[in-house]
Design a protein around this ligand. Structure first.
Ligand SMILES: O=C(O)Cc1cc(O)ccc1O
Ligand SMILES: [Fe+2]
Length: 490
């Protein structure tokens, strides 16, 4: 039945070359799926638009692979296995209930046992490190050259800071990834949380169980808990990554802004089903309770022929962000630039917000335009994708980072303060050719041992030391301080 069907071309080919050995058949299936996958140039990849939609997707090579009207028929078309991936408790309220059904060549369970592997610089063990309340700044993180040592995405992950606990399902981790080589017959998934990936140098082609996404610098993607993915790169590659243990990212409420603006739902792109039927020695790396484990299996995990559901990875181009801001006076809080948020149980308070500082018009009367001086009951980790950040034109470079921990004072450097205090306030473009971002968390994060000793800019504090005392009392100022007025009266 399957062999006669034009619809599943791998089977068709396999059955039409009957006298070949099992090995030849497997090789032929691999060749066909490989040439299909290679023909998917990054600009030819197809996506479905929308945030949190109920999507359906079938690989065009196997039409009708999705069961109609039910999730797990006694026999799935093309001999596929049905598998549910649950991203919320079965009983979660409808608005937060997420799951997808995958129709795959083999179920994920067909693997050898997981064995612990060396975590390298990747850890969620931040409680052993001594706390450090200082402002932290990191110079751009080094990328190993392929000629020195081949490093893939998983080998190149390093934890810079974090808080909370994977077992208690509460917290976040912030990671830097640097790599020079594609993951080869190897995939990764986190059992602990959702990953938000922010490429900074070099695009990444991510193959997931749901399909492929090309994510270039100035784009971001989210790969949720449990979803397997493999990263291909084409040179020296660097980026930032945040993992949230509590729940999933959502779009922020817009309140009085109205129904549109900030990150609009239709600009989120989810990949379409694209299977590979590949028999090979494959390695699955699992992050489980903050530790890495490896399991071998005899096939590619990217064998999902069709899927449906509302639990699927997505990407977003930061250029699509519709910025809101003041058109009268005062510097508006940076929450107005929130792209995605992972909320805690405390109303309006985030485990993590992903906030960007996009190119925009700045129009403000009688206002100190750059970020204000600040002490925050939240932690602020910042990264720079491109260009410069207006509050610190010098010293904060693309591929570097800053951390302003809970209640740690921060704000514009002395030069920025002096310039912005006297600049002409006509409407102006700000942040053109730049993209800075912030991971803001209500948790108090600890910097890891690696974070404390790698690329740290020990002189960061110096950027505020030239801030001058400008305080003066003008005896003739009738609106001035009461002491001056009292003196005049007597
Ligand atoms: O530069 C920062 O550290 C982030 C930041 C931005 C802003 O617009 C206002 C306050 C703030 O802390
Ligand atoms: Fe701040």
């Amino acid at each position: 039945m399957y062999g006669k069907s034009r619809s599943c071309s791998n089977r068709y080919i396999i059955n039409s070359i009957k006298r070949l050995t099992k090995f030849d058949l497997a090789r032929e299936a691999y060749r066909r799926s490989r040439s299909f996958n290679m023909s998917l140039q990054k600009d030819k990849l197809q996506y479905m638009s929308g945030f949190g939609n109920e999507f359906t997707s079938e690989d065009p090579r196997c039409p009708g692979a999705l069961p109609q009207g039910q999730n797990n028929p006694q026999k799935c078309k093309y001999g596929l296995y049905a598998e549910q991936l649950s991203g919320s408790a079965f009983t979660a309220p409808r608005e937060s209930n997420v799951r997808s059904w995958l129709y795959r060549i083999r179920p994920s369970v067909k693997h050898n046992p997981f064995k612990p592997i060396d975590n390298g610089l990747f850890t969620n063990d931040w409680d052993k490190v001594k706390p450090n309340p200082n402002q932290m700044r990191w110079k751009p993180f080094d990328i190993t050259k392929a000629s020195q040592k081949k490093v893939d995405f998983v080998q190149g992950m390093a934890t810079i800071c974090g808080a909370g606990d994977t077992k208690g399902r509460h917290g976040l981790g912030i990671y830097i990834y640097t790599c020079n080589t594609s993951m080869d017959n190897k995939c990764f998934y986190s059992s602990d949380g959702d990953l938000l990936i922010v490429p900074q140098q070099g695009g990444i082609l991510i193959t997931t169980e749901f399909g492929k996404m090309q994510v270039d610098p100035n784009e971001i993607c989210v790969i949720q808990q449990g979803i397997r993915f493999s990263v291909a790169v084409s040179g020296e590659t660097r980026g930032y990554m945040m993992e949230v243990f509590d729940g999933h990212f959502t779009l922020p409420n817009l309140g009085p802004i109205g129904a549109n603006g900030l990150a609009n739902p239709r600009d989120f792109l989810t990949p379409t089903a694209c299977y590979e039927d590949k028999d090979c020695n494959y390695t699955v790396i699992s992050k489980f309770q903050g530790h890495l484990f490896s399991a071998k299996q005899d096939h590619s995990p990217f064998d999902v022929v069709a899927w449906h559901g509302n639990y699927a990875p997505y990407k977003y181009n930061l250029d699509n962000f519709c910025t809101m801001n003041t058109v009268s006076f005062d510097h508006v809080d940076p929450s107005v630039f929130t792209v995605l948020t992972c909320q805690s149980l405390k109303p309006g308070t985030a485990i993590a917000d992903f906030v960007i500082f996009p190119p925009r018009w700045s129009v403000a009367q009688n206002t100190f335009r750059p970020p204000y001086y600040h002490r925050n009951c939240m932690s602020e980790f910042m990264g720079l994708i491109l260009g410069k950040y207006e509050a610190k034109e010098e010293g904060f470079s693309p591929g570097g980072a800053t951390l302003h921990s809970m209640m740690t004072p921060h704000g514009p450097d002395a030069e920025c303060f002096e310039n912005a205090s006297s600049s002409d306030l006509k409407p102006q473009r700000v942040a053109d050719g730049t993209m800075a971002f912030m991971f803001e968390s209500s948790l108090s994060m600890a910097v890891t041992e690696w974070g404390n000793k790698t690329k740290v800019d020990e002189k960061y504090y110096e950027c505020w030391q030239p801030l001058k005392k400008h305080f003066t009392i003008d005896e003739n100022d009738t609106n001035g301080p009461s002491i001056a007025k009292k003196k005049k009266a007597t």
